[in-house]
Design a protein. Structure first.
Length: 70
């Protein structure tokens, strides 16, 4: 619960800093993309009906990041 609370505070800080209250949230990594107390509590705090799933597998994300940095 405490970890989810900390992540919730970070998400809200980023949204405030970017002045984007409706900024979508993505979960990544096995711990957040699978149903467990952390991901479920974070969904509850963020008022999400389901655990957000990555749009692409990690290798595609890495390729997209590499393309952005070149």
């Amino acid at each position: 619960e405490e970890a989810a609370d900390h992540l919730f505070v970070l998400v809200n800080a980023i949204k405030r800093r970017l002045n984007s209250p409706d900024l979508p949230v993505a979960f990544a990594g096995g711990l957040l993309t699978s149903a467990n107390p952390l991901s479920l509590r974070l969904c509850e705090l963020l008022q999400l009906s389901d655990i957000p799933q990555p749009r692409y597998p990690p290798v595609i994300g890495a390729a997209l990041l590499a393309a952005l940095t070149n």
